[in-house]
Design a protein around this ligand. Structure first.
Ligand SMILES: [Zn+2]
Length: 291
């Protein structure tokens, strides 16, 4: 499903949703129902159910920057996944929706993976003529060097424990095709797009800063999995690789972006999907767009 795009200066940001999902609050192990009390009003109904379950989206962010087409985090795709994820393993039809939005197989110039968890690399490749091939035939695939090198050096069972299931079929074939650029934090994908180091959720996690026409947005990736983590940055998630570092990164982002006017776009946030960090008394809270 596609939504009204956001605009940051000359950059248009579409989102194409592959799945929406609800997960237990225990995904944030230090969150309690009583600590959630001050947040229910601003989280419901878009990010929290009446039963305090967390609502999330798995979606691709699709950026048009002049003639350039940039796809951030191509979701899950038609993959073999462990049993616990069997319910999202089938073909969601996302590629058809991306094509309809102007981000088809020959349209995309750059695919950006904020990190290599299974739900951020899935449509990188397709099974075609008995092998995995890059889905986006003309694209450069931009991946953080630290992220790739960490997982490449990690034995497969340990990759799987950290939700990295698809290095062999969704990442390595891109190298075989010569379509990967391994980059460092600070790398500019275009004049308007720069990668920012936000480690902790994964070892080399990157967020994407978009600046154009005097406006700025930050695409979080998973350094904030759920919007409540922007109000409670110490609430790590079970998917965080280094919990302490993940919390430090979120605290740093909240301090840096509070009252800045920067639009914070959450990769897993359900619609409205973006908002601003604002000081409220002695706390900083997230004000979703339209609130
Ligand atoms: Zn992740």
């Amino acid at each position: 499903m596609a939504y009204e795009p956001w605009r940051i200066g000359d950059v248009t940001i579409h989102r194409v949703v592959e799945r929406t999902t609800r997960i237990p609050l225990a995904f944030l192990p230090t969150a309690t129902t009583s600590a959630l009390a001050p947040h229910r009003d601003w989280l419901r109904p878009w990010a929290l159910t009446d039963d305090d379950e967390l609502l999330l989206a798995i979606q691709a962010l699709c950026l048009a920057v002049g003639d350039q087409r940039i796809l951030i985090d191509p979701c899950i795709g038609p993959r073999q996944l462990p049993d616990e994820y069997a319910w999202v393993a089938g073909d969601s039809g996302l590629l058809g929706e991306l094509t309809a939005a102007g981000f088809g197989r020959d349209d995309v110039d750059v695919v950006l993976c904020t990190h290599l968890h299974f739900d951020h690399v899935g449509w990188n490749t397709l099974w075609e003529n008995d092998s995995w091939v890059p889905t986006f035939r003309k694209a450069r695939y931009v991946i953080g060097r630290a992220e790739y090198e960490h997982w490449r050096a990690t034995p497969e069972p340990e990759q799987a424990e950290s939700n990295v299931f698809n290095l062999a079929d969704a990442v390595e074939p891109l190298f075989a095709a010569g379509q990967v650029d391994l980059v460092e934090p600070g790398h500019r994908v275009s004049e308007a797009l720069q990668l920012v180091a936000t480690p902790g959720h994964s070892p080399g996690h990157l967020s994407v800063r978009i600046t154009s026409g005097g406006e700025t947005a930050l695409v979080t990736g998973d350094c904030a999995h759920h919007p409540v983590q922007l109000a409670e940055p110490q609430w790590y998630s079970l998917a965080d690789f280094d919990r302490e570092q993940a919390c430090d990164t979120r605290r740093r982002l909240v301090a840096e972006y509070a009252d800045s006017g920067v639009l914070i776009i959450g990769t897993h946030f359900r619609p409205p999907g973006a908002g601003h960090l604002v000081t409220d008394g002695d706390a900083v809270r997230f004000r979703p767009l339209g609130a």
